[in-house]
Each structure stands twice: as structure tokens, then as C-alpha cells.
Design a protein around this ligand. Sequence first.
Ligand SMILES: NC(=O)c1ccc[n+]([C@@H]2O[C@H](COP(=O)([O-])OP(=O)(O)OC[C@H]3O[C@@H](n4cnc5c(N)ncnc54)[C@H](OP(=O)(O)O)[C@@H]3O)[C@@H](O)[C@H]2O)c1
Length: 296
Amino acid sequence: MSKLVIVVTGASSGIGLELTRILAKRGHQIYATARRPEQMKSIDGVVEILKLDVTDTSSIKNCIEHVIASEGRIDVLVNNAGFAQVGGWEEVSLDQVRAQFETNLFGALACIQAVLPHMRKAGHGRIINVTSVMSFIPAPFWGIYAASKAALDSLSESLYQELRPLGIRVTAVQPGITRTPLHNVMELPGKPVDAYTERRGRSFRATAFMERWTGSSPRFVAKQVARAATWPWFGLRRRVGVDAWLLWPLRKFSPLFVMFEGIRTFFWQDWSGLARFIVAVVLFRAALFGLIVLLL
Ligand SMILES: NC(=O)c1ccc[n+]([C@@H]2O[C@H](COP(=O)([O-])OP(=O)(O)OC[C@H]3O[C@@H](n4cnc5c(N)ncnc54)[C@H](OP(=O)(O)O)[C@@H]3O)[C@@H](O)[C@H]2O)c1
């Protein structure tokens, strides 16, 4: 496979950092980007670490122009930068919601708009948008994050159709819960409401539980993103992780009330009890087994 010129956003940690390492090791021309490049250690094989804040259009422009000046082209853009704003819809300020969309949706779109003229001119290119399992299963108290990822997922689908005739491919990678710093740095609601406190807490404990026991490693997710970025044929969507593969049929085929009941049971459960932990592990394994039988 020839060397691809690849720009990765949000390469300072988690999935983006692992992806950068994997692609650089395979010999591609990687431009890793971060908000604070000066705080990043150099990564073997990476051409350069550049400054790019997806909410700052001038930093996007400077970064893309620099890569074009150095390489003459950009083959792949990986829109990976993102963060999680959580809390009930009543509890978050509109500014918090705007900030979430500013990074997760408008930031990705700004990067897409910056690379597309060059990809169109070259007659080929690939755009990978890292969305989330939450884009098709919006969990309670994760609605703001889920909405931003669902919007990015929807953008990916229409963009896919607009760009196919021009030789440019688009893939939305939908990871399930992954063990990265995202969960430590998620922003809490600005104006908490007492009526939600207990269920919000349970919802966060449920995701922490999932992260710990069933979460994918960032390296595993990054490998799938790397495939989407480099394989010649790749479809519009790619679910990554056991939870993503289990939840997708639930969304697609089960009646809404069954899905809501499942989500409520899981997210509003008191995960501190040992008995419940055991029940959860047994249920999870049974579901996994069922899925494997279904696929065989
Ligand atoms: N972890 C999960 O469970 C999970 C599940 C599904 C999807 N995802 C998605 O996967 C992507 C990577 O997240 P992660 O899990 O690897 O979390 P992470 O380790 O926190 O990485 C997020 C990256 O995005 C960067 N970032 C945030 N805001 C930015 C901005 N305005 N401009 C440029 N970079 C910015 C962060 O940079 P700083 O270091 O400067 O903050 C960091 O490098 C995100 O889009 C996330 O929504 C994560």
C-alpha cells in the first residue's frame, strides 16, 4: 500500500494518540494535531505534531495549509477530537450545549471544509468521523453528547452521498465505551437540579461500570479507525466494540418500549451491589453468547 498523508485531530490522548502511533508505525505520513502540541511527547515516525484547535478556524487553516505546502495533498482526515458534556437537558446551560456542538460537530465540519477543496482537486480522499454508540442509543443524562454525535453521524451520511461521485469516501466510526481519559474530563452540568441527582449519579456509575468491565481499549478502537482510514474499500458506518455490536440490534429490531426498559434498567441500576454486578456479568455473557450463536 502506498504511503498516505493523514491528518488526525485530537491526537494528544486516547484513541487519537493510539491511532497516530499505529499509522506512523505502518509508514504513513502522519500529521498529528493537538490543542497544546508543546505538551505532547514526540511519537516515533510521526512527521510533525501541529497545533489545531477545532473551535479555532485560523488554527485549522494554518494547519491544513502547512500540510499542503509540505506534501502537496491530504489523503485522509480523521476527525477524532471531541469531549463529553453530560447532565440532564434541564441542568445544562445553553452555553454548555453550544460548546459541545462547537467541538464535536462544527469543529469536525470546519476541518472537513478546510480539506475538501484539496481532496476535490486531487480527485480522491477519505474522511473519517469518530462518532459514538451514543449516536444511535442516546443514554439518559448523556443526551447532549449523544445529540452532537448523532448530528455528526447524520452529517457523515449525507456527505457520503455528496462526495462519492467525486471519488471521496466518508466513514462514521461508532465506538462503544472505550477506556480513555474522556470519562475523567467530561463536563458536569452547570446548574444541577436536585430532582435528577440520584438518577444522574446512577447513570454515570453505569457508564463507569461499563468502561471498567466491558470497555474497549483505545488501541483496539484505533486499529478499527486505522482500517477505515487505509483500507481501499470501506462502508459508511463501522461499529466498534462488544457493546456497540450488542446494542445495535436492540435499537434496530426491538420495540421502543423494550429498548427503553433495557436502558432504564441498566442505567438507573445501583451498580454498587455485588449481587447486581454478578447478575450483570451473567446477563452480559448470555447476551454475548446469544449473539455469537446468532452469527454462526
Ligand atoms: N471514550 C469513549 O468511551 C468514546 C466512545 C465513543 C466515541 N468516543 C469519541 O472518540 C473520540 C476520541 O476520544 P477519546 O475517548 O480518545 O478521549 P480523549 O482521550 O479525551 O481524547 C479526546 C481528544 O480530543 C481532543 N480535543 C478536545 N477538544 C478539542 C478541540 N477543541 N480541538 C482539538 N482537539 C480537541 C483532546 O485534546 P486535549 O488533550 O487538548 O483535551 C484529546 O486529544 C472523541 O470524539 C470521542 O467523542 C469516545
